[in-house]
Design a protein around this ligand. Structure first.
Ligand SMILES: C[S@@+](CC[C@H](N)C(=O)[O-])C[C@H]1O[C@@H](n2cnc3c(N)ncnc32)[C@H](O)[C@@H]1O
Length: 423
C-alpha cells in the first residue's frame, strides 16, 4: 500500500528526531548528573565534608566519564544515518519544545517500512543481502520536502528513556554479561526449533524460513541463522534498527566497544561497581555466520509488512516454516490480528514458538489507540480458534534487561509454547 506524502514526511521527521536523541545523549545525561553536584552544594558544609570523605564527588566524576564513553559509542552508532536512506537536514534552527508526539507507547512514530540496507561488510558471502521493503513507499529515497521549516528537536525524557533502554538491550543481546538472561528465553526457543526440525539434516536447514518479529537488536534471529536456518528478523524501532545495523554490519572485533548501561540511576545499588561496571560488546563476531547463510533484518511494522494480503512482489501467505516471538505478542493493539497473521503466513504444519509475558504495550496509552488485553488462557483459546494446536506449554522465569547487581529486579513468569498450524 503506497504511503501518503504526509506519512512519509512524518516518518522522516521521526527518524531525524531519533538521531538527534542519540546526539544529545551526552548533554542530557551530564546535566542530570550535574543536578547531583548542585544538590551537594545546598547542604551544610559539615554534611558536604562527610560526603567528601565518602568520595561522593569522585563518584559523580566517574559517572561523567562513563556517560562520555557511552556518548562516544552512541555517536558511532549514528555516524552515518544516510545509509538508511533518510535525508536529514542540518538542524540549525531554534529548538523545538519537548513535544515529539511521543506520548504513546509505540517505539516509533508510525513504524512504516523503509529500506534497511543490510549491505554487510563481511568478508565472506552470506546472502544477508540488501533487503528492501519499500512496499510502494518511496520514503527511503525521498527527502523531507521542506526541511528548512523543521526546527531543531529537543529530545524528551521519553526519548532518552528509549535510548537508555537501547543501551541495556545491547547487554541482553550482545554481551557475555547478558548470556544467562538470553539463555533463559532464547535457549528454549532455539531448542524447540531444533526439535521441530529434528529430522532435517543440519546442511538442509537453509531450506527452511524462520521469521523473528520484534527482533530487537537481532540476537535471536542471528542465533537462528547461525544454526543454519534462513532467518529474517523484523523490527520497527529506529533505536533498535540503527543499533542492530551498527553491531551487525560495522563491528569487526569481539569486545570492540565498552559501554556503561547502568550509570543513569543511583538507586538500589549495593556498590559503585553495580553502577559503573563496564560491559563490552559484542561477545561474538557478528560476521561469523557460516558461508552462504541467509540472514536479513527487515525494517517496518509487522502488521503492515506481513499482514498485507495482496503483495504480489513478496507474497507472505504460507511462506514461513517457523515464527519465533520473544517478548513480542503483547506489543499488539489487536492480538487477534497478530495471531491471524502469524497463522496465515505459516506454511501448513509450520511452527510458532513463543516466549514472553502479557505486558500489553498499549494498555493505558495516551494516543487513543485501541488495545485488546487478554489473559493467558484467553490468548491460548484464541490461538486454538485461529487454527493452532498448542503443545510444550510451560512457564519460564526470566528477566528482561536486568542489572544483575541491582538491589531491585523484576522476574517475568513468561509463557512458553510451541504451536503448530493445523488448519
Ligand atoms: C519487548 S521488545 C523484545 C525484543 C526482542 N524480541 C527481545 O526479546 O529482546 C519488543 C520489540 O518489538 C518491536 N515491535 C513492537 N511492535 C512492533 C511492530 N508492530 N512491528 C515490528 N516490531 C515491533 C519493538 O520495537 C521492540 O524492539
Amino acid at each position: 500500500m503506497p504511503f501518503s506524502q504526509a506519512e512519509i514526511e512524518e516518518e522522516q521527521a521521526h527518524f531525524a528526531n531519533v538521531i538527534t536523541t542519540f546526539q544529545q545523549y551526552a548533554a542530557y545525561s551530564l546535566a542530570a548528573n550535574n543536578r547531583r553536584r548542585k544538590d551537594l552544594f545546598t547542604l551544610p558544609v559539615a554534611d558536604q565534608e562527610i560526603l567528601e570523605s565518602l568520595k561522593y564527588k569522585e563518584k559523580l566524576a566517574e559517572a561523567d566519564r562513563a556517560i562520555l564513553a557511552n556518548a562516544e559509542f552512541l555517536n558511532q552508532v549514528v555516524a552515518n544515518p544516510e545509509i538508511f536512506g533518510h535525508d536529514l537536514d542540518e538542524d540549525d534552527g531554534p529548538e523545538e519544545g519537548p513535544s515529539g508526539g511521543s506520548g504513546g507507547q509505540s517505539t516509533t512514530g508510525k513504524g512504516h517500512p523503509h529500506d534497511h540496507p543490510q549491505t554487510h561488510s563481511h568478508s565472506h558471502s552470506h546472502s544477508h543481502g540488501s533487503h528492501s521493503h519499500s512496499h510502494g513507499s518511496p520514503s527511503a529515497i525521498t527527502s523531507v520536502s521542506d526541511t528548512s521549516k523543521r526546527k531543531k528537536y529537543r529530545p524528551t525524557d521519553f526519548d532518552m528513556d528509549k535510548l537508555r533502554s537501547t543501551l541495556k538491550q545491547f547487554v541482553r543481546d550482545w554481551s557475555e554479561e547478558g548470556k544467562s538472561e538470553r539463555e533463559l528465553s532464547y535457549g528454549p526457543m532455539r531448542d524447540a526449533l531444533l526439535q521441530h526440525f529434528a529430522d532435517i539434516p543440519p546442511e538442509e536447514r537453509g531450506n527452511f524460513r524462520v521469521l523473528v518479529p520484534g527482533a530487537g537488536l537481532g540476537r535471536l534471529a542471528w542465533d537462528v541463522a547461525k544454526l543454519g536456518f534462513a532467518c529474517q528478523g523484523n523490527e520497527f524501532s529506529h533505536y533498535m534498527l540503527l543499533s542492530s545495523y551498527f553491531i551487525l554490519n560495522r563491528t569487526d572485533e569481539i569486545g570492540k566497544h565498552t559501554i556503561y548501561p547502568y550509570v543513569h540511576s543511583f538507586s538500589n545499588l549495593p556498590s559503585n561497581t553495580a553502577m559503573l561496571r563496564p560491559i563490552t560488546v559484542p561477545d561474538v563476531l557478528p560476521s561469523s555466520l557460516p558461508p552462504g547463510s541467509n540472514f536479513s533484518l527487515v525494517a517496518g511494522d509487522f502488521e503492515e509488512i506481513y499482514g498485507a494480503e495482496n503483495n504480489e512482489d513478496e507474497p507472505q501467505a504460507g511462506t514461513w516454516d517457523a515464527i519465533m516471538t520473544c517478548f513480542f505478542i503483547d506489543t499488539a493493539k489487536n492480538i487477534v490480528n497478530y495471531l491471524r497473521i502469524i497463522h496465515r503466513i505459516l506454511a501448513p504444519g509450520g511452527v510458532w514458538i513463543n516466549c514472553g509475558p502479557l505486558l500489553w504495550h498499549f494498555e493505558n496509552n495516551s494516543t487513543n489507540d485501541p488495545s485488546i488485553e487478554l489473559n493467558l488462557e484467553e490468548v491460548k483459546a484464541l490461538a486454538r480458534k485461529i487454527g493452532f494446536e498448542i503443545s510444550n506449554k510451560r512457564t519460564i522465569d526470566t528477566t528482561y534487561t536486568n542489572n544483575t547487581q541491582s538491589m531491585l529486579g523484576y522476574t517475568y513468569h513468561a509463557a512458553f509454547w510451541t504451536a503448530t498450524k493445523v488448519i
